[in-house]
Design a protein around this ligand. Structure first.
Ligand SMILES: [Zn+2]
Length: 252
């Protein structure tokens, strides 16, 4: 477990950089670009993925045959989806990495795309400029449960410990990702060490709606350690908001 984000920069120099993520998105300070082009998705949004407890997040790593890409918007390249993962809190007052006008959300799903014009995988792209595009979906509580989020919540029991995996035969990313017409975008970083500043972030205006019961399946069943040394519940696996410094956040 990556305990104490405040000390990451001691061991990982890039974590002390000037373009770190996440941030608090302050709407009054954003720059409006009304004609910013829409995000364009190509390929098939559904396929198999392997749910994995990474010790820091619950992640679904897409099968190599799962081909779903994004371009347009702020992107100058094609970016292919490699994995998505969830940050979540111990209760609904916290959990998201990005904040909106100071407010945290119950969870946040990160859809991690890599620059497929230049690189072969997320790992290959992660330490290169323009290497990654991450689309963030903030999770807000709702009375009605989310069918696609169920595939993560209901399978959390199979990935209790770090390194555990469970195959999901058919996941439809387009059903989990919120409507993507309106968004905020800025230049940032990975939110875990090594904190490379290689990420074009897009945080969608629309939210993912899930129930407290769905989130409880993650909150109560998933640990940061392995079966022998389980560590602690994975809850609150979010990095605090980082300084914006000279950056600007754009919106359409
Ligand atoms: Zn993340």
């Amino acid at each position: 477990m990556l305990v104490d984000p405040l000390s990451w920069a001691n061991d990982f120099k890039l974590c002390g950089g000037k373009k770190q993520s996440p941030i608090d998105i302050v709407t009054a300070n954003m720059i409006h670009i009304p004609n910013m082009s829409p995000l364009v998705f190509t390929g098939t949004p559904s396929g198999g993925c392997t749910l994995i407890n990474t010790g820091h997040a619950v992640q679904c790593t897409l099968d190599p045959t799962f081909s779903y890409s994004v371009t347009g918007g702020p992107f100058s390249y094609n970016y292919r989806l490699g994995q998505f993962h969830v940050h979540f809190g111990s209760d609904a007052t916290k959990g998201s990495e990005h904040r909106l006008n100071g407010r945290a959300f119950a969870a946040e799903v990160h859809f991690v795309f890599y620059n497929s014009d230049m690189y072969l995988s997320v790992a290959d792209a992660a330490d290169n400029a323009n290497g990654l595009a991450v689309i963030g979906g903030l999770v807000d509580l709702h009375a009605k449960h989310h069918n696609e989020f169920d595939k993560i919540a209901n399978n959390a029991q199979y990935v209790k410990y770090a390194g555990d995996t469970h195959y999901i035969a058919n996941f439809d990313v387009s059903k989990l990702m919120p409507h993507h017409h309106y968004y905020a975008t800025y230049a940032g970083s990975l939110t875990t060490p090594t904190c490379d500043e290689s990420v074009t972030w897009v945080v969608l205006n629309n939210h993912i709606h899930a129930t407290d019961a769905q989130l409880n399946k993650l909150r109560t069943q998933v640990y940061t350690g392995d079966a022998i040394d389980p560590g602690v519940l994975m809850v609150n696996n979010f990095r605090p908001a980082q300084p914006l410094n000279a950056r600007r956040v754009f919106f359409n």
